[in-house]
Design a protein around this ligand. Structure first.
Ligand code: AMP
Ligand code: MG
Length: 280
């Protein structure tokens, strides 16, 4: 394992991105077999759980830090699977999970960041976003849902908003799940093969798939323009689910280790409290 998988996966701020230079079936930072990756993830599970508990505990004494995992990627890229995997490490009570769908009428009447702001985790919590404010420069751009003059200003707005929150204690872990077009076909076909997966398929998925080149352009713009020091993007090859899970777990571990949250000392003298309790 590399000393820091973040260095391998982060999109350098201000750099050009060519998605075709990033094979979706690659496994940066891991050269073992699937079984080993699954074992490694199981091995770090305890540390992840411990770090989360410390983050949560620290908030009780005013530590404002919190983590937001942002998952973006094409249909079938594994956003939902990643949520399920990540939550398996943590105490769900300390997590805030939100999937963003097409905005409701109420949401449409607000600034596009409004609904995302409201879904942010509180201090000590881990927020997990299945889609996010980035849809407002992805699906919205691809389908011309607002004029270009509007969506083109959003990159800067997003950067500014993410920076303000970073300064207030938010650790952003933004993950682009990068799958190949072939893998997407396989996964969509698999949904059609199984009656218990039919509900996940929509004929609209085929129309969206036809817009693959437009989406690649839109994703490239996001990675190039919104990977910042305060909130970098990580490009995670996601054709192999076991690698995707390994990589996202490692990213969370690296960030939580850096945060190094501490159990707060109680605001009382434990010896006195013990004596009082024995007398009570
Ligand atoms: P799914 O993730 O398969 O449940 O689908 C959610 C749908 O909501 C996707 O088709 C997204 O493109 C769409 N969606 C999410 N956010 C937005 C947004 N801000 N504007 C328009 N559509 C959105
Ligand atoms: Mg869908």
């Amino acid at each position: 394992m590399p000393s820091d998988v973040r260095d391998l996966l982060a999109v350098q701020p201000g750099h050009r991105v060519k998605l075709s230079d990033h094979p979706a079936d690659a496994t940066p930072g891991f050269d073992g077999k699937k079984r080993q990756a699954v074992q490694e993830v199981a091995d770090i599970g305890r540390e992840l759980a411990d770090l989360q508990e410390r983050l949560y505990a620290a908030a009780s004494e005013g530590d404002r830090r919190r983590v937001v995992l942002v998952l973006q990627g094409m249909d079938t890229s594994g956003k939902g699977g990643t949520v399920k995997h990540v939550i398996s490490h943590f105490n769900p009570a300390g997590c805030r999970i939100r999937a963003f769908k097409a905005p409701t009428d109420e949401e449409k009447r607000q600034h596009f960041l409004w609904r995302v702001d409201r879904a942010l985790p509180q201090s000590g919590e881990i927020g997990i976003f299945d889609r996010s404010h980035y849809e407002d420069v992805l699906v919205v751009r691809v389908h011309d849902l607002v004029p270009e003059a509007v969506w083109s200003r959003r990159y800067e707005q997003i950067n500014a908003w993410e920076r303000i929150l970073a300064e207030d204690g938010v650790t952003w872990v933004k993950v682009f799940l990068h799958i190949s077009r072939d893998e997407q076909r396989e996964r969509l076909l698999a949904r059609l093969d199984r009656p218990d997966k039919h509900w996940k398929f929509s004929p609209n998925d085929v129309r969206e798939r036809e817009l693959w080149p437009d989406y690649r352009k839109a994703y490239t713009a996001v990675l190039e323009r919104c990977s910042t020091e305060a909130a970098p993007w990580y490009l995670v090859p996601a054709d192999r689910k076991w690698y995707r899970n390994w990589a996202v777990s490692q990213l969370l571990l690296a960030h939580l280790r850096d945060l190094d949250p501490r159990y707060p000392p109680g605001a009382y003298d434990p010896a006195e409290a013990r004596a009082a309790l024995l007398r009570a």
